[in-house]
Write a protein that binds this ligand. Structure first.
Ligand code: NAD
Length: 500
């Protein structure tokens, strides 16, 4: 495969029909480190046609589920074989640390294995009691058809795998469009799928921009389902574009996630240290470019001063640098655009009355932080409130805002005061309060005395404007299946409704 042959259609790697290419930048120094094909409408249509043929006529949807699951397990093994290479690609492409890249590879390996097992266990259908022995009634699950999968730049391998694994094991074919700025791990994954024996046309990749590639996939009449992970603005466009053809639509969008800390969680030194440490991790891992980032600290007023002082002290110690270098804890932002957005949010917040407690600017360049890289210091903003743009909107940068409460009621109200509803956490030593608050939080994932873990067996997705549908867990497989009720009358008789 030459450098710009990153479009995969019907089992063949090719360049864009137009010949256009895109340079992929390393965000740590803004230098080009790869070149990919810049696909367009023609490439997208060719990929959809290949996926359509592979679904309507090809072997993949007709293979026994055990064989499809076996392919997923082979992919899991190949991911582990290529673990270091993929982690390095992901680190250079997104800026995340090498260690985070390795964790991503391990997580998606588990997801491939999980969906392989789940599909085999759930393949039997469900016999329904029709109330008479003369009827055999069964609900069976069938693939939806051609799936368009559109993914963002922050967890490229992870988001691709959460869609590809269930789509394939359910018997669908797909066209995936990775983010135009971080497409490389998806290209690598497609090579592994082909190596594992996926038939030509069952999996296709078009590298290229949101418009026209993603937009064309969303509107395409031959696509049956579009599963999109990305921002709210693009997600609403995808939903509108899919409407005229009444495709199934799954959306995994952004979040503005509350991390609620009660004073009783900080009553012991150990509890205090844990809550601070996890608040830091919640907000600043991957420089805050995480859909579930705990970007809103909502803390009981009595412990605020001590907590924020310690947070600010530790935020200033975070080792920022090129993700591939040893000892680095946080990489750069992914792009110049993301850096500019972060700077604007911080400037606005300060103008609106927030107090800067840490960060608030770019760091001094160093041997691990080239001046051309998109680095920004982890930033803590105190005295924030719900009218501020930085509190309402997803910044997707290393910005932690602090709000305070006095009562449990206030804490819940603040946690739910967002148009999003992806994830959030509550920290308390009171088990009853933990359950009460968790129950009332309108978010798709709620952590109690923890932040960030997720499990392939447990659904992931959002309330409100965080999206529609779920990934992972049994619902993550159901997204890619149609339920069909087959009702067999074993003793047919005339109905005699019409008497004539
Ligand atoms: P984005 O919306 O800009 O882009 C996402 C994808 O959509 C990209 O591949 C892009 O090319 C494509 N796209 C853009 N315009 C399109 C259009 N009109 N039609 C079809 N496709 C289009 O998002 P991003 O900046 O790449 O990613 C960050 C966003 O993703 C954040 O909002 C984050 O919260 C969200 N995200 C959500 C989850 C989740 O699980 N809910 C996970 C990761 C990221």
């Amino acid at each position: 495969m030459s450098a710009a042959e990153t479009i995969h259609v019907d089992g063949v790697w090719r360049t864009a029909a137009s010949g256009a290419q895109r340079e992929i930048l390393d965000p740590a120094d803004a230098k080009t480190f790869a070149v990919v094909a810049e696909g367009g409408k023609e490439d997208t249509d060719a990929a959809v046609a290949a996926a359509r043929r592979a679904f309507d006529e090809g072997p993949w949807p007709r293979r026994p589920v055990a064989e499809r699951a076996a392919l997923l397990r082979r992919v899991a093994d190949l991911l582990q074989r290529d673990r270091e290479a993929i982690a390095l690609t992901e680190s250079r492409d997104t800026g995340k640390t090498l260690e985070e890249g390795r964790i991503d590879v391990d997580d998606v390996t588990n997801a491939f294995r999980y969906f392989a097992d789940l599909a085999v266990n759930e393949s039997g259908g469900r016999v329904v009691d029709a109330g008479t022995d003369d009827v055999h009634s069964v609900v069976v699950y069938e693939p939806v058809g051609v799936c368009a999968l559109i993914t963002p730049w922050n967890y490229p391998l992870l988001q691709a795998s959460w869609k590809i694994a269930p789509a394939l094991v359910a018997g669908n074919t797909f066209v995936i469009k990775p983010s135009e700025i971080t497409p490389l791990s998806t290209v690598h994954l497609m090579r592994l799928l082909a190596e594992a024996g996926l038939p030509a046309g069952a999996g296709n990749v078009v590298t290229g921009p949101g418009d026209p590639v993603g937009a064309r996939l969303a509107e395409h009449p031959e696509v049956d389902l579009v599963s999109f992970t990305g921002g709210l603005a693009s997600g609403t466009k995808v939903m509108a574009a899919a409407a005229p053809t009444v495709k199934k639509v799954a959306l995994e969008l952004g979040g503005k996630n509350p991390n609620v800390v009660f004073a009783d969680a900080c009553a012991t030194e150990e509890g205090f240290e844990t809550a601070v440490d996890q608040a830091l991790n919640a907000a600043f891992i991957h420089s805050g470019q995480v859909c579930s980032a705990g970007s809103r600290l909502i803390i009981e007023e009595s412990v605020r001063d001590r907590f924020v002082a310690e947070l600010a002290r530790r935020a200033a110690l975070i080792r920022l640098g090129r993700g591939t270098e040893g000892g680095v804890e946080c990489g750069p932002l992914v792009s110049a655009q993301q850096l500019a957005k972060t700077e604007a949010y911080v400037a606005d917040a300060i103008a609106e009355g927030a107090t800067l407690r840490a960060g608030g600017c770019r760091p001094e360049p160093s041997s691990t932080r080239p001046a051309t890289g998109y680095f920004y210091l982890p930033t803590v903003l105190d005295h924030c409130h719900g009218d501020m743009r930085v509190v309402r909107e997803e910044t997707f940068g290393p910005i932690l805002t602090v709000e305070t409460f006095r009562t449990e009621e206030d804490a819940v109200a603040l946690a739910n005061d967002t148009e999003y509803g992806l994830a959030g956490a509550v920290w308390t030593a009171d088990a009853g309060r933990a359950r009460r608050v968790a129950k009332r939080m309108r978010h798709g994932t709620v952590w109690i005395n923890d932040y960030h873990p997720y499990l392939p067996q447990a659904e992931w997705g959002g309330f409100g404007k965080s999206g529609i549908g779920r990934e992972l867990g049994p619902s993550g497989l159901d997204e890619y299946r149609e339920a069909k009720h087959v009702y067999q009358n074993l003793a047919p008789q005339p109905v005699r409704w019409f008497k004539g």
